[in-house]
Design a protein around this ligand. Structure first.
Ligand SMILES: *Cc1c(COP(=O)(O)O)cnc(C)c1O
Length: 397
């Protein structure tokens, strides 16, 4: 390596340390469970996206193992060459039935699913209008296109209308409005009914990224579009298979024609290898489970736990912001203090990630919690006790 290059890397790392943004990865010792071994000690885990506890579900494990025995461990090629197996198409049919759309297209991750959709539908002469708090994968997906872009204030429908009104005098081939369904830092839900109305009035296409809503909101966890009963008018949903579904992957749920176009244009589809068959099999088992009585029980449990834990934090006097979902932030203020709060919780046996600027505004540093269906009441009571102890120690409550 050239000396100057080594020095540049070191300078970047030193700068992160000077800004207090440097962090070490924590290591999960065993399985992803509500009580997990993290950095060598057992803690109550309030930081996973494993909403329904499916990462360790026996049926999903069995499906993955059976697929390995039957099909091997890899797809061997991108799907346009010869990487598409019957099991990939089966997953897409099952997901389309689950989402009540004509078609779905599965990608390697939620991250690449956003790139795939945005890269296919946006080009020169188009306009994309994006919520200011949209996920990084939407922002990057937009950056890879030549479309013009405008941003509206978070969940502010008057501001979205203002931006749409500006377009009256401008010429675009098409306009796409894109939003997260559930926002990952505050746990609030996008007002899709109003977005759909405005889109209709201005002839815009609607797209939602339901990563934190898949398996969580709507009948059987089918997402925000169903939560609001908008399946007839909403155009495109992106979902992830990496959070509540418990494995890895992402998908677009859309019309058959858009799926066909993506098969020809979406670069992550064209130039990156398909999932191993075991991942497809795991996700099929998960989608089937979601639609069963057990799936509904898990979702009900998730929401019971959410209500219990959120109420507990509020009764202790913590500020849980505007959350409406299992994502519950505890807003602390100063970033360094939020990090210290997280460290002290960990020392007492609770893992809840501290989050500071630039991920959230400077005065909105927080600890973020996500409960799952797999947490027992005892887990949550113990966690609340620890929050109380550390909160008092630090004079936060
Ligand atoms: C987690 C997340 C993604 C990325 O999904 P992966 O499947 O982990 O790549 C995309 N969008 C949003 C809103 C997310 O929260």
């Amino acid at each position: 390596m050239p000396q100057a290059f080594q020095e540049w890397i070191q300078a970047q790392l030193d700068e992160l340390k000077a800004q207090g943004l440097y962090r070490k990865l924590r290591i999960l010792g065993g399985e992803q469970r509500p009580r997990a071994v993290i950095d060598g000690r057992e803690v109550i885990n309030l930081s996973s996206n494993n909403y329904l506890g499916l990462t360790t579900h026996p049926q999903l494990r069995a499906a993955a193992k059976a697929a390995i025995d039957r099909y091997g461990v890899g797809a061997g090629a991108v799907r346009t060459i010869i990487g598409t197996m019957a099991i990939h198409e089966e997953l897409e049919r099952k997901l389309a039935a689950f989402k009540h759309t004509e078609a779905t297209l599965v990608l390697q991750s939620g991250f690449t699913a956003n790139q795939a959709v945005l890269g296919t539908i946006l080009g020169e002469g188009d306009l994309v209008i994006s919520d200011e708090l949209n996920h990084a994968s939407i922002i990057d997906g937009i950056r890879l296109t030549k479309a013009a872009r405008k941003v509206y204030r978070h969940n502010d429908m008057d501001d979205l209308e203002r931006v749409l009104e500006q377009t009256r005098g401008e010429q675009y081939r098409k306009i796409v409005i894109v939003t997260d369904g559930v926002f990952s830092m505050d746990g609030d839900i996008a007002p899709l009914p109003r977005i759909a109305e405005l889109a209709q009035a201005y002839g815009a296409v609607t797209m939602v990224d339901d990563a934190h809503a898949s398996g969580v909101l709507g009948p059987h966890g089918s997402g925000t579009v169903h939560h609001f009963g908008l399946e007839r008018v909403w155009d495109i949903s992106v979902g992830t298979l990496s959070k509540a579904i418990g494995a890895v992957g992402g998908y677009a749920a859309c019309s058959l024609a858009l799926r066909e176009l993506m098969e020809h244009r979406a670069r992550p589809f064209l130039f990156s290898t398909a999932h191993p068959p075991s991942v497809a099999a795991t996700c099929i088992a998960a989608v089937e489970l979601l639609q069963s009585a057990e799936g509904q029980q898990l979702i009900d449990r998730l929401w019971e736990n959410t209500r219990f834990f959120k109420r507990g934090l509020q009764e202790l006097g913590f500020d849980t912001g505007i959350s409406e979902t299992p994502i519950t932030p505890i807003i602390i203020g100063e970033g360094a203090k939020a990090m210290q709060f997280s460290d002290r919780l960990f020392a007492r046996g609770v893992f809840a990630q501290g989050i500071a600027y630039p991920t959230v505004p400077r005065d909105k540093g927080r600890v973020r919690t996500i409960v799952t269906a797999a947490h027992s009441r005892a887990d949550l009571e113990e966690a609340l006790n620890v929050f109380e102890t550390v909160g008092r120690e630090m004079a936060l409550i």
